[in-house]
Design a protein around this ligand. Structure first.
Ligand code: GTP
Ligand code: MG
Length: 197
């Protein structure tokens, strides 16, 4: 699939403010600074469609983009960011959980993991929660340009092994780099397939 049109639609502070669920929707989530906004820009071939920052906690709202007039792409705030207040973190969690549980047109959630990191409890627990809620998800390992191929292989294998402690089947996964534009074709083809199904 080629992205011919990508437009920012709206930012919502609450799930109830989100646009009418009239198109299939794909949302991107993960820890703060994992590269959600950068991945969205890379997928859309745009430099600053979604706002990025080297300071974690940049995205604080549910941001909807319309792609090819056909589907919604959503940039979500990061989870598990320690430097915001406890109250704010709780509030973010309520917003994100509310969105995830009730968004009827959500076709798939992309859970982003920094490929440099060992499997982290907060991510594994989050995936487990998605499984319990019956939310379809795939994993995207980000920032692959930061590692050598053999390190990528090792870290993805470690991750798969950590997942297999709780899951019988592994979720589909992608490896991406916003810098090298890696993973664009694979992720867009996946979305295309789900849209057609
Ligand atoms: P929050 O909105 O704060 O939760 O962050 P985010 O997950 O949207 O991350 P964002 O896209 O803003 O990127 C965070 C930092 O990582 C920025 O400094 C990016 O330039 C950098 N970054 C993102 N993707 C990549 C990548 O693929 N490779 C490299 N080398 N850096 C990346
Ligand atoms: Mg962001």
């Amino acid at each position: 699939m080629e992205i011919k049109q990508a437009e920012f639609l709206t930012s919502s502070a609450k799930p109830a403010q989100c646009p009418k669920p009239d198109k299939p929707e794909y949302a991107f989530i993960g820890r703060s600074n994992v590269g959600k906004s950068s991945l969205i820009n890379m997928l859309c071939n745009r430099n600053s469609l979604a706002k990025t920052s080297s300071t974690p906690g940049k995205t604080q709202l549910i941001n909807h983009f319309v792609i090819n007039d056909d589907w919604y792409l959503v940039d979500l705030p990061g989870y598990g960011y320690a430097k915001v207040s406890k109250t704010q973190r709780k509030e973010f969690k309520l917003i994100i959980d509310g969105y995830l549980r009730h968004r009827s047109n959500l076709m798939c959630l992309f859970i982003l993991i920094d490929i440099r990191h060992k499997p982290q409890k907060v991510d594994l627990e989050f995936m487990f929660q998605m499984g319990n809620w019956g939310i379809p998800f795939v994993i995207v390992f980000t920032k692959s340009d930061k590692l050598k191929p053999e390190e990528i292989e090792k870290n993805t294998t470690d991750y798969k092994n950590a997942l297999l402690e709780d899951w019988d089947e592994l979720p589909q996964y992608f490896v991406s780099s916003a810098v090298k534009k890696e993973g664009q074709e694979e992720i867009l083809s996946f979305i295309d397939e789900v849209n057609k199904s």
